[in-house]
Design a protein around this ligand. Structure first.
Ligand SMILES: [Zn+2]
Length: 273
């Protein structure tokens, strides 16, 4: 009888140690997998976090889209755009150097032009009553990129109607326009508010973040921290392990829970003994 006590205590000590040992590598592996999945969704328009409705909203899938490294982007905003939208865009612009590890800078400018056309290294934004008449496929507006070559953005023109949630304008100007990012599924990342670029079924622009989030920043800094440049291919991303080609079959996502289950089974056996 007495001997069962020390053995239970030993087992509990093992349990504590095993949980610590089991938890940290699994947690960090999950974190890595998550960043890699976010990189793949946001920068390649593919992978397990890409919107499950099949609408990643990128011009190029399988190419990293962005302005060339070292570009100082001018965001030229029409005076047709309301003050609160201007302020939100300006605020998010300040995140761009950090998000790109200093590769891209962004400055804000106002223009009287009601319908500005972007020059090289410019992103323009205007409110327009009829974005479809300007070349957008949707009434809710769009970002029209010009590319120097696949993935290398030359300019971006954002045309949107007035009266949408402020988030929608920041999403287009900063997310698509400057960062060249695709959508990520808001339901699969724990809520639309976890990304400026959330999309997918049932996600509305009022629910997404109004600035680049921790998830967006982590993914972007990973990509800009690599030796690659915009225009790089999916193969380059796989080669440098920015994304995990095997993640597509869900292997990686399932590894951690399976490991934990194994440890718990082992502990239960130990305690039962
Ligand atoms: Zn979008």
């Amino acid at each position: 009888m007495r001997s069962s006590r020390p053995s239970a205590a030993v087992a509990l000590a093992f349990l504590a140690a095993a949980l610590v040992l089991a938890k940290s590598p699994a947690a960090s592996a999950q974190q890595t997998a998550r960043t890699a999945d976010a990189v793949e969704a946001l920068f390649m328009g593919s992978g397990r976090l890409t919107p499950s409705d099949g609408f990643p909203a990128c011009s190029f899938r399988n190419h990293w889209s962005g302005f060339p490294r070292g570009t100082a982007v001018t965001v030229r905003v029409s005076t047709t755009v309301s003050g609160n939208v201007r302020a939100a865009v300006q605020q998010a612009l300040r995140q761009v150097p950090q998000a790109t590890n200093g590769a891209i800078r962004a400055a804000f400018e106002l223009t009287d032009d009601p319908n500005p056309m972007p020059n090289r290294n410019e992103v323009t934004l205007t409110f327009h009553p009829d974005p479809k008449s300007q070349g957008c496929p949707y009434k809710r507006g769009c970002t029209m990129h010009k590319f120097a070559k696949p993935g290398v953005i030359r300019s971006s023109r954002v045309v949107q109607p007035a009266g949408m949630p402020v988030n929608a304008y920041v999403h287009d100007v900063v997310g698509h326009g400057i960062m060249g990012m695709c959508h990520i599924d808001g339901n699969l990342i724990g809520g639309a508010g976890k990304s400026l670029m959330s999309g997918g079924p049932g996600v509305f622009s009022g629910q997404i973040a109004i600035r680049l989030t921790a998830l967006d920043m982590a993914a972007s800094r990973e990509v800009y921290g690599s030796p690659l440049s915009p225009g790089a291919s999916r193969r380059d991303f796989v080669r440098l392990r920015l994304i995990d080609a095997s993640a597509a079959d869900g292997n990686r996502a399932e590894t951690a829970p399976r490991e934990r289950e194994g440890v718990m089974r082992w502990l239960r056996r130990l305690l039962d003994d």
